[in-house]
Ligand binder design. Structure first.
Ligand SMILES: Nc1nc2c(ncn2[C@@H]2O[C@H](COP(=O)(O)OP(=O)(O)OP(=O)(O)O)[C@@H](O)[C@H]2O)c(=O)[nH]1
Ligand SMILES: [Mg+2]
Ligand SMILES: [Zn+2]
Length: 328
């Protein structure tokens, strides 16, 4: 896999030329117009302007002055040039604004190249089907770890309840207090809709679980292609690109191509513990470098629970998620 350029916002590299960092200079384009990147395709960015009178998006390319800054769907950017949105108009992205959140994943644990999947998401909708394909707990756990460690709200969406009941999966996640919705094609989506309204939500899940089917049901005009699960099983992904789609009631849903695994090589046990405030303070008394997995190895968290600061079930849930970091 080639090195992705999306992560230089998190790795501060010394400037090669030795010139002053650009952030210390006055913005060169004070008159630039702001917008949100809704799609990226081979160096062309589709941007919805914040103050546009209609929904016509603008096509833009990167300006040289952006340097190596990665730009992904969800990024807020500043544009100059032809903003008319007419067929052959091409604007230039001159600046990327600071990100509220980044959803990161590693290609796999053996190749710890980080990729930023989406920027500025408020919510991560982990989509898993109850059958065809069957739910994979390890995969769901890892998506939840990614959300919790990036401070993005998780929402579990269990699809295809016409094929299998949700009870076992719901019970499995009860202790994490992650909100969950159960859906089936053609069913009532008002509960999911209520959870999405006004937020930027990114849908993540294996291929064939029904992400695009859901998004088409939420936003009929989205017209995302959906595919047969049998074809997906042969390695084909129906959705080839990430796209942000505006919800009629306000907010955005971001459809992503199915992923087979969700690599977490960049996440440490300490990162995850930060998402468990009821346990975090107990780790102060752990030995240095504790992986928090067992009392026998010196972990203080079991004693912390016995002292009444948290529950055994919460500690078990933390340990299961933490252990899932090294799976696929
Ligand atoms: N039985 C049943 N089938 C469903 C349901 N939701 C989606 N499907 C079917 O599952 C298949 C895959 O759906 P998609 O929406 O394309 O799945 P996806 O998650 O977008 O897949 P990728 O784009 O490859 O990641 C399609 O044939 C859908 O019709 C459901 O609730 N019940
Ligand atoms: Mg799809
Ligand atoms: Zn510990």
């Amino acid at each position: 896999m080639t090195r992705d350029l999306d992560e230089d916002d998190v790795r501060v590299r010394p400037s090669r030329s030795g010139s002053r960092p650009r952030s210390k200079q006055r913005p060169r384009h004070a008159d630039a117009i702001e917008g949100m990147v809704v799609a990226v395709d081979r160096g062309r960015y589709t941007v919805r302007l914040d103050d546009a009178l209609d929904d016509t998006p603008v096509t833009a390319m990167r300006a040289r002055e952006l340097g190596r800054s990665g730009i992904v769907v969800g990024d807020q950017v500043a544009l100059v040039g032809d903003l008319s949105g007419s067929a052959d108009a091409l604007a230039r992205i001159v600046r990327r604004e600071a990100r509220r959140s980044v959803l990161r994943r590693t290609a796999d644990d053996a190749d710890p190249t980080e990729r930023v999947v989406v920027a500025n998401a408020d919510q991560l909708v982990v989509v898993a089907s109850l059958a065809d394909p069957p739910p994979r707990y390890g995969f769901i756990d890892r998506c939840l770890v990614a959300a919790l460690t990036e401070d993005i709200e998780p929402l579990l969406c269990l699809t295809k309840s016409d094929l299998a009941p949700p009870d076992d999966v719901l019970a499995h996640y009860a202790e994490l207090s992650v909100p969950a919705v159960v859906t089936h094609r053609g069913g009532d989506l008002s509960q999911l809709n209520a959870g999405l309204e006004g937020q930027v939500s990114v849908f993540i899940g294996q291929s064939g679980v029904g992400k695009s089917t859901l998004i088409n049901a939420l936003v009929p005009a989205a017209d995302r292609a959906t595919g047969e699960v049998s074809a997906i099983g042969k390695g084909r992904h129906t959705s080839a690109s990430t796209e942000a789609i505006e919800l009629p009631g306000g907010g955005w849903v971001i459809d992503t191509p199915g992923v087979r695994s969700f690599g977490l090589a960049h996440v440490t046990a300490a990162d995850l513990l930060w998402a468990f405030p009821d346990l975090e303070d107990g780790a102060v008394q752990c030995p240095p470098g504790c992986d928090h997995q067992s009392e026998a190895a010196g972990c203080h968290l079991d004693a912390w629970v016995r002292e009444g600061h948290s529950s055994a079930a919460r500690l078990e849930a933390f340990r299961r998620l933490s252990a899932s970091r090294s799976g696929t």
